[in-house]
Design a protein around this ligand. Structure first.
Ligand code: SF4
Length: 319
């Protein structure tokens, strides 16, 4: 179990959890922004290696090879992203975030070339690499471990839940054990790890959410992202939702679940996200998840109401 700082820096600064913005300031001495880049990778859960349909919440039609031919180069995407950010924020340092699809799913030589292309851009101080647990072979992890000796890297793994029945329902094509195996092999190499979770999967109870937190909180993760399950157009989930075969977690219950979850995580784990993040034009439901500022505010109010904070129940038997 990780050592817990009883009075972390962020609490002294009035936060209820350890926000990414503060971590970046501590780490890099300035504000840092993430720029999403699309390297044109596919996904083993879409191309037939593991499955064809992909996860039920993922609009993966854009992953087909024919649609991926005219993607701008990584350098072009980063320069464009930096220009956009500069117009809005006072930032001069950026993390290139390999975000759509499975960003470790290619031969290692190709991965290294693309990661290095991003790192060579002026202002880029590191990489975030989004992937799934079963696309992390030892060769890929060796490459990331080597690059991490030169720069800041966080490998972000989608796990979503510790409940295998829910992973089946989401058609993830992997088990929770695949996640813990990937975490163990990455940590043996000293790789910084993030994990993505979904709270409010149909059929899951509060106990299931608590169980996921209890099983993942002691793993030594660097960061976590929490999402509510949201429905975007052109997905299997959208069909289930239209047919009224599922219902989504309500806003208040989500806020309580997020706070329950964060109370169980150690205070040194960085919280990168508190709610789902779909573009409004594709989002079908729930519309409240568009209002990320309000979700954040409500999470803080719930912490305040409980007199609680991230890590308040880490290692505790009462939850
Ligand atoms: S969510 Fe990730 S793992 Fe699932 S189909 Fe989409 S890209 Fe693949």
């Amino acid at each position: 179990m990780p050592r817990v700082d009883p009075e972390p820096n962020w609490r002294q600064q009035g936060f209820y959890y350890y926000p990414l913005s503060l971590y970046f300031r501590e780490m890099f001495g300035s504000s840092v922004r993430k720029i999403s880049v699309d390297a044109g990778f596919s996904c083993p859960n879409v191309d037939g290696t593991i499955g064809h349909g992909g996860c039920i919440f993922c609009d993966n039609r854009s992953f087909s090879p024919s649609r991926r031919m005219n993607i701008p180069t990584i350098s072009m995407q980063i320069r464009e992203g930096i220009a956009r950010m500069r117009a809005r924020f006072k930032t001069s340092a950026y993390i290139a975030y390999f975000q759509p699809s499975t960003n470790t799913y290619a031969p290692v030589e190709q991965l290294e070339r693309l990661y290095r292309e991003a790192l060579a851009e002026q202002g880029v101080v590191g990489l975030a690499i989004g992937t799934r647990p079963d696309a992390l072979g030892d060769e890929v992890l060796d490459l990331i471990a080597d690059l991490a000796k030169e720069t800041w890297i966080c490998l972000e793994i989608g796990v979503q839940t510790a409940c295998d029945a829910s992973l089946d329902f989401l058609n993830r094509g992997h088990t929770f054990a695949a996640f813990t195996d990937a975490v163990a092999r990455a940590q043996k190499r000293g790789i910084r790890l993030g994990a993505h979770f979904i709270l409010g999967i149909p059929g899951e109870t509060r106990n299931d959410i608590i169980r996921t937190a209890l099983l993942t909180a002691p793993l030594g993760l660097h960061s976590i992202k929490l999402h509510n399950l949201y429905v975007v157009a052109r997905t299997q989930l959208a069909e289930l939702y239209a047919a009224k075969q599922i219902s989504l977690i309500g806003r208040d219950e989500y806020i309580r679940s997020a706070v329950d979850f964060l109370e169980l995580f150690p205070p040194n784990v960085v919280v990168e996200r508190l709610a789902g993040d779909a573009p409004r034009e594709f989002l079908i439901a729930p519309l409240w998840s568009c209002e990320k500022g309000k979700v954040k505010q409500s999470v803080e109010e719930e912490f305040r109401r409980r007199g609680s904070y991230q890590g308040a129940k880490f290692g505790s038997k009462e939850f």
